[in-house]
Design a protein around this ligand. Sequence first.
Ligand SMILES: [Zn+2]
Length: 300
Amino acid sequence: MKREREQGGVAVIVLVAMAVMLGFGAVVVDGGMLYLTQTRLQSAADVAALAGARVLATQGAAAAVTQATSVAQANGLSADQIEVTVHLATQSVAVSARRLVRLGLARMLNHSEALVGASAAAAAQSVTALRGAVPLGVVWRDFVFGQVYDLKVGGGAGEEGWYGALDLGVHGGGASEYREHLTHGWAGLVSIGDDVPLKSGNMSGPTRQAIGSRLDGCTHVPTCTFTQFVPNCSRLLIVLVVTPPHNGVVEVLGFAGFFIESLPGDGNQSFIRGRFVEFVVEGEAGSASFYGARTFNLIR
Ligand SMILES: [Zn+2]
């Protein structure tokens, strides 16, 4: 009798141990799968919300929902697993995703499925700092999107003898530095509130060369136009919106985009002809006056 009771006790201990090990196994195996699923859902929700917000800014709410949905689907979610919401007041797109995950080991512990969820929201924000600006400044004068403007660049009889060229980069750099930054954009960070020295002198030649290579640099198919251009197209000039010059410097107020239409004129009255456009750029976001530069970020 005594021996049987001992054997029964051992059997109970073994069963309990197996249940505990099964429990640990379920936590490790199923937990890992749930974690992986959640990570995937989150990144799908993130990219869908960002894609939706980009479309919302230009094409409206219905198109934003369509875009967010198709991007979510391209990332492995089905239509019934996602919910897309547009908030017009904040110009944001929210995506929530959920998926029922069938469990493995945990099924033996009476848990056959678990619901995994993720949510994200993205919105357009004004740009407060960016890289890639050209060494040109414009004083704001109620530019209208889609209209053609001439940006003067040559030295001459402008305010304080200034026509728009700025000394970005190594201050006091020559015309070749100006041409380099006008051709490729300056790699340094320009922020709202920065003071930038004016650059004097007639740089008609370097301006013409830089703009010419920017025009040639757009090999996109179909060819970019001011209504439809690749975000980093060389024909987009990111120009600084600045205060009127004072004591040889201007203060940066924001960022404007001009889509280059043609080569500048010759002579010391040279100008760049471009369309004032809205554009999307990587940059630091915040609350700032809007001159056409937008960046898109996840807001939760
Ligand atoms: Zn292009």
